[in-house]
Design a protein around this ligand. Structure first.
Ligand code: SAM
Length: 215
């Protein structure tokens, strides 16, 4: 069963020194888990729109702006626009649940974001995602090995990260839970990695595209 506990990073000012250290840890954790490499490698080459929800410090989108110069890139996060972000990336600050979903489709990315939310909120997010052609979701795998890896990493990470990593894994997912919680009607491929990621590559089927254009 998922256990949701508030994450410390979400309740600190964005420029708090501990928050800055924890975000730097998060970049290293993403690197170790291979999350951004996986996302960058599966984005359809010809995508016109890339949207990331819970974009954090914008590290991934800055990288994608170089790799997909033809794409219009938009980020959503509670945090203010990161200073280093290329100007071509549009940044929308605020609660995602208060924002209308864009109608242009394209590729949607959620990296280490969805585990923050209860099942009823995930259902709302599933609706928000419905119009995107491709969904790339990477979340903590709720399993023993990631907990053990987190314990091994503990001496090297900030106490905020140590806390948030544990509660993120407890709030993470096992296979088949996320597509059901989101109510996805995309064609879903799910995979897990021993480094603690649960990954979803989902594509809108012709049938779901038709349903969207009717509704
Ligand atoms: C664990 S961080 C992951 C950030 C980034 N995806 C990464 O992997 O480094 C989760 C992010 O979700 C954002 N977030 C949490 N709740 C949100 C909400 N309701 N609306 C928009 N962003 C939110 C936080 O500000 C934070 O940057």
């Amino acid at each position: 069963m998922r256990k949701l506990t508030p994450e410390l990073l979400d309740h600190l000012p964005h420029d708090d020194p501990g928050a800055l250290r924890s975000r730097a840890d998060l970049r290293r954790i993403n690197f170790f888990m291979g999350n951004e490499r996986w996302i960058a490698s599966v984005i359809p080459e010809n995508t016109h729109y890339i949207t990331e929800i819970g974009a954090g410090d914008g590290h991934l989108l800055a990288r994608l702006a170089g790799k997909f110069p033809q794409a219009e890139i938009t980020a959503y996060d509670l945090a203010p626009r990161p200073a280093h972000l290329p100007l071509s990336v549009k940044w929308i600050q605020g609660d995602l649940f208060a924002q209308a979903s864009p109608t242009h489709g394209g590729t949607l990315i959620a990296n280490l974001f969805l585990h923050h939310f209860t099942d009823p909120k995930l259902r709302v997010l599933g609706e928000w995602m419905r119009g995107f052609d491709t969904l790339l979701i990477n979340e903590p795998l709720r399993a023993r090995l990631p907990v053990l890896l987190g314990k091994l990493a503990a001496p090297f990470i900030h106490p905020i990260t140590r806390h948030d990593m544990r509660v993120s894994i407890e709030a993470g997912f096992q296979r088949r839970e996320l597509p059901a919680a989101l109510g996805l009607d995309h064609l879903v491929q799910e995979s897990v990695s021993w480094r603690g990621s649960l990954r979803i590559f989902a594509q809108r089927t012709n049938q779901s595209a038709n349903l969207c254009s009717i509704s």
